[in-house]
Design a protein around this ligand. Sequence first.
Ligand SMILES: [Zn+2]
Length: 209
Amino acid sequence: MVNESGIGYGTIAHDGSGIGSDANAVAPLPLAGGAGGGSMETPTPSRKREGNTRQLVLDALSGVMDPEIPTLSVLDLGMITNVEVEDGTAHVRFLPTFVACPATSYIKSNIAKALMEAGFTSIQVDLETEMSWTSDRISEHGRKLLEEFGLGAPVQIDGTLNFEQIEHVACPYCGSENTELRSMFGSTLCRSIHYCMDCKQSFERFKPL
Ligand SMILES: [Zn+2]
């Protein structure tokens, strides 16, 4: 069901989510040629190597999932606003989806953990404070995954949000728009609960923000 080639950091290039200038870096870089063999060489911080290293960061981040929607990575959700590798330190700027989300510090430590597993010993994860997250930041790939997860992708809101947009959603099971909002808060703060009048099932939505 999931197209392999659509997975991973490659997709972030399409959504303009601010991951820097690698707009052309769609194809995953193969791990450095010598990775399998004699990889004990001393890392030389050449330009090229820095680029590969940054790719390693993105690769690691593509495996950091949102605890609430475990099929979506922090990249799919548009939660990463900047990635840099400087003097061997991996810098990641992280934008929480929902300010009140209790998962924020959990995700932050998962990012650090993933980067450690990727071989970084010096890691800095900063909270992005210059902007706020909106559901428009979710990548196209992320939206597809949300549909598959049965949550439905939040509508694109272009900065304004009114109650109508939260209330009027299509049922993910039968597609009917004959639904009603049951609760503004689902199993997590970031979700709302809806009920389909046609197929009589309740479902959750990832709230647009
Ligand atoms: Zn339905």
